[in-house]
Ligand binder design. Structure first.
Ligand code: CA
Ligand code: CA
Ligand code: CA
Length: 211
């Protein structure tokens, strides 16, 4: 037989050819599987991070690592901006509630929609939680489904990253939490805006913390 005939009838390379085809198919399937599930894994890890942050807030009630200053209003309006800000002792709004200073999200003037704002810095992509305590002053009857405020986190373009409506029905301060995810470092603003009748009576807020 000639050399070419020997080569064509020789089967010793056939297994190698099969191996190359099979292993490349396995790699292709692996890559396709990763691309299908990777988005879901990212979403899930974001959710886990948010949940861990909110549980951390449950355990930490001090202001030391808060990104806000004067979140408890004990230095009056220091650090806060906004419109028609009213800050008085909790006991003024709810008899027996004590001397801790709190802000009311419906200030002195019926003509103004009260707001409270504070800017803060985020130095890296972050999932965290805005937490605060709110109650309803006794001058407003319960059940209440209109008096309260809207809490929002906005970026420098005014785009809302997170928002939550707070409509308290209790004379005791209750905890409210809002998860927020920052995709990049930057300057952001927390804004609380009065909702309900513009009658100078509203919800009161204290102990605002962003970890
Ligand atoms: Ca306070
Ligand atoms: Ca008021
Ligand atoms: Ca009101």
């Amino acid at each position: 037989m000639s050399g070419i005939t020997v080569f064509l009838s020789n089967e010793s390379g056939a297994v190698t050819v099969d191996w190359v085809v099979l292993t490349s198919a396995m790699m292709g399937i692996g890559i396709a599987t990763y691309m299908t599930v990777s988005g879901g894994i990212e979403d899930l890890s974001g959710d886990v991070s948010t949940e861990m942050s909110s549980n951390a807030v449950l355990m930490q009630t001090n202001f030391e690592s808060s990104r806000l200053t004067n979140g408890g209003f004990e230095q009056r309006a220091s650090g806060w901006g906004g419109v028609d800000i009213e800050i008085l002792a909790a006991g003024v709004y709810i008899p027996g509630a004590g001397a801790s200073l709190v802000a009311e999200l419906d200030g002195w003037n019926r003509g103004d929609v009260s707001t409270l704002t504070q800017s803060f810095t985020v130095d890296r992509p972050l999932s965290t939680v805005v937490s605060l305590e709110a109650a309803l002053r006794t001058a407003i009857a319960t059940p209440n489904d209109t008096e309260g405020f809207l809490m929002e986190v906005i970026d420098q373009d005014g785009t809302t990253l997170a928002e939550k409506s707070v409509i308290p029905n209790s004379r005791d301060f209750e905890d409210y939490r809002m998860p927020v995810r920052f995709s990049e470092a930057g300057e952001y603003t927390l804004r609380m805006t009065e909702v309900g009748r513009n009658d100078s009576l509203g919800a009161i807020v204290d102990n605002v913390v962003i970890k």
